[in-house]
Design a binder for this molecule. Structure first.
Ligand SMILES: CC(C)=CCC/C(C)=C/COP(=O)(O)OP(=O)(O)O
Ligand SMILES: C=C(C)CCOP(=O)(O)OP(=O)(O)O
Length: 294
C-alpha cells in the first residue's frame, strides 16, 4: 500500500490510466475520432481530479472500484474542456501538456468532435458501471451535468472570455474561477464522499472545502503563468498577460496572490477539520495543489 502522497498518486494514476484505456479501446468508431480522443486523453495530464475523487471516497470507505467510472468520466470532461479551450476560437494555443494541441495534430473539426465525444461518452461510462445502482447513477449524472454545464464550467468559461480586456473585482474573479475550475473539483469531492456514505453535515463541509480547493488550484495556475517554468508546465507562460486575462496576479500582484492563496489553504484545511477528515489524503492534496509547479 502507498505510504506517502507521491506513492499514493502514482499508485492511482496507473489504475486510472488502465481504466481510461479500457473504456476508450472498446469504442468501435471512425479511426480519426478515436485517435483524436486517445491523443488528448493520453497526453500526460496529471489526473488530479480523479485522484481527488478517490481520496475523497477513501476518507470514508475502502475499495476504490466503486468510484473509478466517475473518476474516468470526470477526466474525460476535463480533457474535452481543454481541447475546446485551446481551439483558435478560444485561447488559440499550440501546446498543451508539452505536446501539440489536439487541433494542431488533427484538424479543427476533428478536435471539436473529439471534445464532444469525450463529453457525451463520459455519461455512458457512468451508466454502464455495474458497481453502481440506478439511484447512485442518477445522482452522479445530475451533479456531473450541473457542474460541467451551463450552471458550472461552461458558464465560467464564457465569463472568463467576457472578462478579457476589462478590469474585474476580486469577487468577480472568484466567481469566474469557482465556476470554470471549481465546479469540476466540487464534483470530485462530493461524488467521492457521497459514494463513501458521508453524512449530510460532512457533505456540507466538504462543499466548503471544494470551493477553496478550486480557488487554490486556479490562483496557483495564474501564478505559474507568470513565474512558472515552460518546460515543466508544457505550455507557454505569459499567455494570460498576452490575452489580457483577468488573473489574481494582475489584480493583486504576485505577493498579493500568494498571500491570498495561503488564506484559501487555511480555510480549506479548516473545512476538512470540520468534516472530521483531516487525517485523509485530502489534507496532503491541499498542500500539493497550492505548491504544484506544473
Ligand atoms: C467549456 C470549456 C471550453 C471550458 C474550459 C475550462 C477550463 C478550466 C479551461 C482552462 O483554463 P485556463 O485557460 O485558465 O488554463 P490553461 O492555461 O491551462 O489553458
Ligand atoms: C483548470 C485548469 C487551470 C486547466 C489545467 O488543469 P490541469 O493542470 O489539471 O491540467 P492537466 O494536468 O490535466 O493537463
Amino acid at each position: 500500500m502507498p505510504v506517502n502522497l507521491t506513492e499514493y498518486m502514482d499508485h492511482y494514476i496507473t489504475i486510472i490510466e488502465q481504466e481510461i484505456a479500457k473504456q476508450l479501446e472498446k469504442l468501435e468508431i471512425p479511426k480519426p475520432l478515436k485517435d483524436s480522443m486517445l491523443y488528448s486523453m493520453n497526453a500526460g495530464g496529471k489526473r488530479l481530479r480523479p485522484i481527488l475523487l478517490i481520496a475523497s471516497y477513501e476518507a470514508f470507505a475502502v475499495d476504490y472500484h466503486k468510484v473509478l467510472s466517475s473518476g474516468v468520466a470526470l477526466e474525460m470532461i476535463h480533457t474535452y474542456s481543454l481541447i475546446h479551450d485551446d481551439l483558435p476560437a478560444m485561447d488559440n494555443d499550440d501546446y498543451r501538456r508539452g505536446k501539440l494541441t489536439n487541433h494542431k495534430v488533427f484538424d479543427e473539426a476533428t478536435a471539436i468532435l473529439a471534445g464532444d465525444a469525450l463529453l457525451t461518452y463520459s455519461f455512458e461510462v457512468i451508466v454502464n458501471d455495474p458497481l453502481l445502482v440506478d439511484k447512485q447513477k442518477i445522482e452522479i449524472i445530475k451533479l456531473l451535468s450541473k457542474t460541467s454545464g451551463p450552471n458550472g464550467m461552461v458558464a465560467g468559461q464564457i465569463l472568463d472570455m467576457q472578462a478579457e480586456n476589462s478590469e474585474v473585482t476580486l469577487q468577480e474573479l472568484e466567481k469566474i474561477h469557482e465556476l470554470k475550475t471549481g465546479e469540476l473539483i466540487k464534483f470530485a469531492i462530493y461524488t467521492g464522499a457521497y459514494l463513501g456514505n458521508a453524512t449530510k453535515d460532512q457533505l456540507q463541509y466538504l462543499e466548503e472545502f471544494a470551493y477553496y480547493l478550486g480557488l487554490i488550484f486556479q490562483v496557483q495556475d495564474d501564478i505559474l503563468d507568470v513565474t512558472g517554468d515552460e518546460q515543466k508546465l508544457g505550455k507557454r507562460i505569459g499567455s494570460d498577460e498576452k490575452s489580457m486575462k483577468s488573473t489574481y496576479p494582475r489584480l493583486l500582484g504576485i505577493d498579493g496572490a500568494i498571500e491570498l492563496k495561503q488564506r484559501y489553504v487555511a480555510r480549506a484545511k479548516n473545512a476538512l477539520k470540520k468534516a472530521k477528515v483531516e487525517d485523509s489524503y485530502l489534507m496532503d492534496l491541499t498542500e500539493h495543489f497550492s505548491k504544484r509547479d506544473h
